[in-house]
Design a protein around this ligand. Structure first.
Ligand SMILES: CC(C)(COP(=O)(O)OP(=O)(O)OC[C@H]1O[C@@H](n2cnc3c(N)ncnc32)[C@H](O)[C@@H]1OP(=O)(O)O)[C@@H](O)C(=O)NCCC(=O)NCCS
Length: 155
């Protein structure tokens, strides 16, 4: 089967939401929480995709079956030692349907993301790696930093 990568549009919102929920579910995040953030993510896409803040790609067969996807959020980022170009691309929602894993689909998505960033003049790319993705990202040159990202959720 031949697969191609295409840009996702708002018409793909159902797929993008399903992939994000699937990603967290596979990462062991309890499914209950998705009832809240699923609809909120969809509303967020409605704002952020037309604005060009979020950009997603899908891997699709010639018959139109989507087997994988991933995207990025462009964040304003203060110039610093890593990059002085003022923007960071943060990778989100990298997901391959379970029966299509280990065929290079996620790598293709990542290569597409890198090509787009290069074209846009964005030279700094960040992500939170799941246990499933870490090997792939490391093989593409991503490094765990000495200053880990930390999160606080305020009540
Ligand atoms: C992480 C994830 C997106 C990877 O998707 P994938 O399409 O299987 O990724 P790839 O096929 O490009 O690469 C995965 C591995 O398969 C290997 N691989 C690629 N093509 C292969 C082939 N033809 N034969 C055998 N192995 C292959 C890669 O070398 C890579 O190995 P590694 O994990 O040891 O580094 C997928 O496992 C997934 O959706 N997991 C659940 C959600 C998740 O964790 N997402 C990432 C969030 S950061």
């Amino acid at each position: 089967v031949n697969y191609h990568v295409r840009l996702a549009t708002l018409a793909d919102a159902d797929i993008l939401v399903r992939q994000r929920l699937g990603m967290f579910s596979d990462m062991g995040v309890p499914a209950e929480t998705s009832r809240e953030y699923g609809p909120q993510f969809r509303a967020w896409l409605n704002d952020m995709m037309p604005a060009g803040v979020y950009r997603g790609w899908l891997v699709e067969s010639q018959a139109g079956t989507v087997v994988a996807g991933g995207g990025l959020t462009v964040l304003p980022w203060p110039p610093g030692p890593r990059s002085h170009r003022g923007r960071l691309a943060f990778v989100n929602n990298v997901y391959t349907e379970p029966e299509f894993r280990r065929q290079g689909h996620a790598r293709r998505i990542m290569e597409t993301i890198h090509a787009w960033c290069r074209h846009e003049g964005i030279s700094s790319i960040g992500l939170n790696a799941s246990q499933f993705g870490q090997g792939l990202y490391e093989s593409m040159g991503y490094q765990v930093t000495d200053s880990p990202m930390m999160f606080l959720t305020l009540a």
